[in-house]
Structure formats: C-alpha cells, structure tokens
Design a binder for this molecule. Structure first.
Ligand SMILES: [Zn+2]
Length: 228
C-alpha cells in the first residue's frame, strides 16, 4: 500500500517525513531542491524492517531454554529504563527480567555456561548485617529475639556470614533463586537460606541479594520473613 508523505525541510537541515497519521524523524537527509516536495513511500518497508529486528530479538530469546544461563548485555543509554541495571548480570532464563524490557530495547542476551560457585560466581556478605543489624539493640523489630530463639547470638555472626555465603552462592548457581525486581542501582534476587535451630528444626529464611556484574551477589537483607 502506498502512502503520500511530505518532506518538510527544517532550518537545521534535517528532514521530517509525515503522512499526518505518523511522523518520522529521519535525521540529516538532504533535499536538493530545498522545496517542499511530494514523494510516495512504501509504509511497510519501515514496518517490515522494525518487525524483522523485533523478530530477530525474540527468536534469539525463544531459542533459549528455561534452564539456560545468559549474560545480559545492555546498550548504554540515558533513557529512564532499568536496562543498565542488568548489564553484565548472569540470569537463569526462568528467573530473568522481562525481555525485551520495552519497545526499542537494544539489549542483547549472550548465552553462557552455568556459573560455578567461587569460580565464575561469587557471594559477599558484610558481617555487619548480623553484628550491626540482626543482633543490634538499635532495632526493636524482633529479629534479634527470633534468631536468639533459634540458638544464635551475636557471637555466631561469623558463622552465619559464612553459612549465608556458602548456601547463597550454591543456590544462585543452581538457579534456585527468584528475580524480585530492581532498586535504584541494581537487580535484586531472593534466596532461601536454611538454618537449623538448637532443637534440630529447620527454618527457611527469605533473604534478598543484590545481583552484581559477572556472577556476583551481595547480601542486602539477611531476613525478610521465614517459613518452618
Ligand atoms: Zn534494554
């Protein structure tokens, strides 16, 4: 189908194409005559090209299986989107952000090998998440009493730090995590940490981790609820 399009020359020398229904900015095209002129434009040439790009992205995505791992490669931009927060992050396909993130998203997914704990993936956990938060007297929110009722005190902070690190990196690499969105700077995942209390009963604690670049995770919240 043919559509009539007008080329309007702007003072800047760039050109606008319009068919009243849609307006397309076409950069610095030159119009030798310098006059408003009429041309015929096959609308589906552009639509076809856009569809082709979208399909290529989607096909690339659909060829991935849910247990495959990918590295998210973001195109740096100034747009108000979350794409940059995922740059160089490793996700298992079944727990990754929506892809593409938005129309005209130019992020790429690169298939990678499953990460290996402490080789191609690493977990970090600041001991102050326990000494200065869980077991701190500053917060009267019951966390300290809860952990103490399970048989852990501030003296166990180093033990808990190592236990969180070793369980979290193994579970992340096994794909046993949930993608839970973003904060101002990064993607977040939740991981269930299993603690055995003094009576031998297991507590399953929800924890939140920041997903960093190249298989790194860092503890944000050491406790966000638990199940028996
Ligand atoms: Zn994107």
């Amino acid at each position: 189908m043919l559509y009539k399009l007008f080329i309007l020359r702007k003072k800047s020398g760039s050109t606008l194409l319009t068919n009243k229904k849609s307006m397309l900015y076409c950069g610095k095209q030159t119009n030798p005559s310098g006059f408003v002129c009429l041309l015929y434009f096959r609308r589906y040439d552009i639509m076809g090209l856009l569809n082709e790009i979208a399909e290529k992205l989607l096909k690339n995505f659909l060829s991935l299986k849910k247990d495959d791992w990918i590295e998210w490669i973001a195109q740096p931009n100034d747009w108000q989107d979350d794409c940059d927060k995922f740059n160089s992050c490793y996700f298992i396909v079944k727990q990754m952000p929506k892809y593409p993130q938005h129309p005209r998203c130019r992020c790429r997914l690169k298939k990678i090998a499953e990460p290996i704990p402490n080789i191609t993936a690493k977990a970090t956990c600041d001991i102050r998440k326990f000494t200065g938060y869980i077991f701190s007297d500053k917060y009267d929110d019951g966390k300290k009493e809860l952990f103490e009722s399970w048989g852990y005190t501030i003296e166990d902070s180093g033990y808990l730090q190592q236990l969180y690190i070793s369980q979290a990196i193994q579970k992340y690499c096994d794909g046993q995590y949930q993608y839970v969105g973003v904060n101002d700077h990064s993607a977040k995942i939740s991981i269930t940490i299993t603690l055995t209390n003094q009576n031998g009963v297991e507590q399953h604690i929800n924890t939140i981790w920041k997903l960093g670049q190249k298989g790194t995770i860092d503890l944000i919240a050491p406790y966000s609820g638990h199940n028996y």
